[in-house]
Design a protein around this ligand. Structure first.
Ligand code: NDP
Length: 242
């Protein structure tokens, strides 16, 4: 299998960390970013010299470009960027959580756009590349309390579809990963502790949540598909979720 170089954001836990592990297991070199540097360091130590890391806040285009440059400096090219970082503070709109909405839009939507900004010039110059993003079931349907989160994920899906329309003739593939519930640390982004605790408990019931490793399999499938194949979207959900 070809040695792929993959950049992963939001790799300090959950889906991003599981994907990093699986990519390394399948022979890729992985450059990981997130804000919790100690988590990145632990993962890099566990996985050895096929993983390098840089503290990265995806709301900063300079940070995301520096992460891409680290990959280029160390490995010479980039096959794929996986825009995975995200948060999910949920609440009814009537709670009027302006600061939280803004932060979520910034991370979930601008984070993906910052990734695209950083990746496209590099990939267009190479003549190949693959950009992926973690969307969600919430990018397909709207639920009470999830309106703003769903808004961010609908936006990610629109942006990623636009990317595919604009760049599919330039050797650049794009993939939307749309999971239902996944048992990760995402509940930590709830400002209401009781809501976070309830989410965490609900994800631990049988068949109500995927594991991060389930999603990692989907991501790795898309990345390792032959370059003539563009896996446009993978939509997966726990067997017990409608
Ligand atoms: P986790 O909370 O385990 O992972 C989220 C990751 O995003 C962490 O590594 C976190 O790292 C990173 N992150 C958050 N904000 C930033 C930022 N500003 N800059 C860089 N990294 C950031 O949850 P998941 O693995 O579940 O989440 C990954 C993605 O999956 C998200 O986009 C989420 O919306 C999506 N998703 C999750 C589902 C679920 O049910 N869990 C379902 C569908 C989609 P750090 O805090 O160190 O920066």
């Amino acid at each position: 299998m070809t040695k792929r170089v993959v950049v992963v954001t939001g790799a300090s836990s959950g889906i991003g960390a599981a994907t990093t592990k699986l990519l390394v297991e399948r022979g890729a070199k992985v450059v990981i970013g997130a804000r919790r540097e100690e988590r990145l360091q632990e993962l890099a130590t566990e996985l050895g010299n096929n993983v390098i890391y840089r503290k990265t806040d995806v709301t900063s285009v300079a940070d995301v470009k520096a992460l891409m440059n680290l990959a280029l400096d160390k490995f010479g090219h980039i096959d794929a960027l996986y825009n995975n970082a995200g948060i999910m503070p949920i609440a009814n709109l009537s709670e009027d959580r302006h600061a939280e909405w803004k932060n979520m839009l910034n991370i979930n939507v601008m984070g993906v756009l910052n990734g695209i900004s950083a990746a496209l010039p590099v990939m267009k110059q190479q003549g190949y590349g693959h950009i992926l993003a973690t969307d969600s079931l919430a990018g397909h349907l709207v639920m009470p309390e999830y309106a703003v989160y769903c808004g961010t994920k609908f936006a990610v899906r629109a942006i990623m579809e636009g990317l595919q329309q604009e760049e599919h003739n330039n050797g650049i593939r794009s993939t939307i990963i749309s999971p239902g519930a996944v048992n990760t640390e995402l509940y930590l982004s709830e400002s209401n502790e009781a809501v976070g605790k309830a989410l965490k408990e609900s994800w631990q019931q049988p068949n109500t949540a995927l594991s991060p490793e389930d999603v990692a399999e989907a991501v790795v499938y898309a990345i390792f598909a032959p370059t003539r194949v563009n896996v446009s979207e993978i939509y997966l959900r726990p067997a017990g979720q409608l």
